[in-house]
Design a protein. Structure first.
Length: 132
């Protein structure tokens, strides 16, 4: 396991959108914008059960999560590793992310029958650039 540097953690805790890259069954890349945070040395994001990224990660857990500082395009982080999908506590995680990104206590876009899942990435490779 690789650990996140203080600089990488600092960037990932900012309320900037990130993106997750996963593999489709045919091996092509699937990118989606995600809300990102850090939990210990893990990078986390959240999605709904049944969405493409969740289905693809169940088939192949390899994932990369990246973020760029919109105020300094040379301050970037990319973390890759294996995803662990966790349903327990996922509602709390999406509410935590909604607070971080929207300033609200509860995630406001949830549908009535939606089940949430947290994607936890234990870093295997980290590339951080501190900016220009």
């Amino acid at each position: 396991m690789t650990t996140l540097s203080d600089g990488a953690k600092a960037l990932l805790t900012e309320a900037f959108p990130g993106w997750a890259t996963v593999l489709r069954p045919d091996g092509s890349l699937h990118n989606t914008v995600v809300w990102v945070d850090v939990d210990g040395d893990d990078v986390i994001f959240n999605t709904a059960v049944g969405r493409a990224k969740e289905r693809y990660l169940r088939a192949d857990p390899r994932v990369s999560v990246s973020m760029v500082d919109p105020n300094d395009a040379f301050r970037t982080v990319s973390v890759s590793g294996q995803a662990r999908l966790e349903e327990e506590g996922a509602d709390d995680v999406i509410d935590r992310l909604a607070h971080k990104y929207l300033g609200v206590d509860r995630y406001p876009y949830r549908s009535a029958d939606e089940r949430r899942i947290t994607v936890r990435v234990r870093p295997e490779h980290v590339l951080f650039t501190p900016g220009g």
